[in-house]
Ligand binder design. Structure first.
Ligand code: PEP
Ligand code: MN
Length: 365
C-alpha cells in the first residue's frame, strides 16, 4: 500500500502478537552466540539479533568480530531454524550480510544521522528484497528519521520498519537515551503503515527498566520489541548493564500485557466516545483560554512599548514559573509538565511582544 509515496508491506504483524527480536548486543564468540540464541529460542522467540560491527563511541573498546561472526550466525540459523537481524553501517556490510544469508538488516542510530551513509546503504540495497529497519537518529530530529526511511524506500525496499531507541540528551534523566515518545508517534502519523519496533534496551540502558519501557511501547501499539539478551550479561563485551538473560527475557514477555488496538464491544465504544467528547470540549476551552491570554499579552506589549520597558523581566518570569509549579502540585499535575508548558507559553508571549516592539508606529517610534 502506498502511503506518502512509500510502499510498505506488512512483514511483521502476526495478529496482535508483537514481533520479538532478541539476542546479544554483540556476537562475541561462537559459543556465546549459540548458547544465548538457544536460550532465547527456548523462550519461544524465533528472530535473533546480534551486532557484528559495533559502532562504539570510543576507540579501543570492543568493536565487533566482523565477517567471522557471520559464519557463526549461519551455524545458529541452521541449528536452531531461526531468522537473524544485524546492523549494517556501510555497503560492504550489506554485501557481506546478504552473502551470509542474514534475514533482516537494520540501520543504527549513528548511521541514520548521516544522509551520505544512509544513501550509500540505500544504493547497495537496490534490487534486493530484504526487510530493513531504521533506528531513530541519535538526536531528536524527525526529518532525519523520515529522510532515512525515504532513502531506503526509494531504493525499492518495501519491507520497512522503524526502531525507536531513544535520543541523546544533555539533560540528566534516568534513561540512557530519552524516549521522547512523541517522535515515534509523529512518525506513525506520517507513515501509518510503518511498523514500529521498540528498543527498551538502548532507551533504558539498564536491565531493570526493560519491562516498564516495553509495556509502555506495547501500550502505544508498537508492532514489536528488540531486547538485548546475553547468556552472561554482566560479562558482556558491550552494553553489559542493559542485557538480560534468556530466562529473564521469558519472564518479561510473560508478564507483559498485550492489549488489543481496538474493541468491537458497543458499550466500550460508546463510553470511549463520551470521554473523547469531554476531552474535545476541554481542549476547546484550553485553546480559548490561551487565545484570551495572548490578547492580554498583546496589550502588555503595547503598554511596555509606550513606556519604553524591556519585554523580558526576570523577576516576573520567576514568579510565573514558581506560582504555576505550586498550582500544578495542588492539582496533582506533574511540575515538570507544567514547567514545559509554561516555557512554551512564555516563549510565544515573548515572540508576540517582540513583533509588537518591532512594528513601526505612525510617529516612527
Ligand atoms: C545496537 O542495537 O546494538 C546498537 C548499536 O544500537 P543503536 O544504533 O541504537 O545505538
Ligand atoms: Mn547494544
Amino acid at each position: 500500500m502506498e502511503v506518502n509515496n512509500i510502499k510498505i508491506d506488512n512483514w511483521i504483524k502476526d495478529g496482535d502478537r508483537p514481533l520479538v527480536i532478541a539476542g546479544p548486543c554483540s556476537a562475541e564468540s561462537e559459543e556465546q552466540l549459540m548458547e544465548t540464541c538457544r536460550g532465547v529460542k527456548e523462550q519461544g522467540i524465533n528472530v535473533m539479533r546480534a551486532g557484528v560491527w559495533k559502532p562504539r563511541t570510543r576507540p579501543g573498546t570492543f568493536e565487533g568480530i566482523g565477517e567471522e561472526a557471520l559464519t557463526w550466525i549461519e551455524n545458529v540459523k541452521a541449528e536452531l531454524g531461526v531468522k537473524f537481524a544485524i546492523e549494517v553501517a556501510m555497503p560492504q556490510h550489506v554485501e557481506l550480510a546478504l552473502k551470509h544469508n542474514i534475514d533482516i538488516l537494520w540501520i543504527g542510530a549513528r548511521s541514520t544521522v548521516n544522509p551520505f551513509t544512509v544513501q550509500e546503504i540505500a544504493d547497495s540495497l537496490k534490487g534486493v528484497d530484504v526487510p530493513v529497519m531504521i533506528k531513530n537518529p541519535i538526536n531528536p530530529d524527525l526529518a532525519l528519521w523520515i529522510g532515512a526511511i525515504e532513502r531506503i524506500a526509494n531504493a525499492g525496499i518495501t519491507k520497512l520498519g522503524a526502531i525507536h531507541r531513544g535520543f541523546s540528551s544533555h539533560q540528566k534523566t534516568k534513561y540512557r537515551n530519552i524516549p521522547m515518545w512523541q517522535y515515534p508517534i509523529d512518525l506513525k502519523s506520517k507513515f501509518p503503515n510503518m511498523p514500529i519496533i521498540g528498543d527498551p534496551s538502548h532507551i533504558g540502558g539498564s536491565r531493570d527498566m526493560i519491562f516498564d519501557i516495553s509495556q509502555k511501547s506495547l501500550d502505544l501499539n508498537y508492532d514489536g520489541l528488540m531486547i538485548e539478551t546475553h547468556r552472561d550479561p554482566d560479562n558482556a563485551l558491550s552494553d553489559a548493564k542493559q542485557q538480560v538473560t534468556p530466562e529473564r527475557l521469558g519472564e518479561i514477555l510473560t508478564n507483559l500485557k498485550i492489549r488489543t488496538s481496538t474493541s468491537d464491544d458497543a458499550l466500550f465504544i460508546n463510553h470511549l466516545e463520551e470521554l473523547r467528547d469531554k476531552i474535545d470540549n476541554i481542549d476547546r476551552e484550553i485553546v480559548e483560554s490561551i487565545a484570551a491570554r495572548m490578547r492580554v499579552v498583546e496589550k502588555i506589549g503595547e503598554y511596555k512599548k509606550e513606556n519604553n520597558v524591556t519585554i523580558f523581566q526576570l523577576k516576573r518570569w520567576n514568579n510565573v514559573a514558581s506560582t504555576r509549579a505550586d498550582w500544578a502540585k495542588s492539582f496533582d499535575l506533574s511540575e515538570d509538565f507544567l514547567e514545559d508548558l509554561y516555557k512554551s507559553i512564555h516563549s510565544e508571549s515573548i515572540k508576540i511582544q517582540t513583533e509588537i516592539m518591532n512594528k513601526l508606529t505612525e510617529n516612527g517610534k
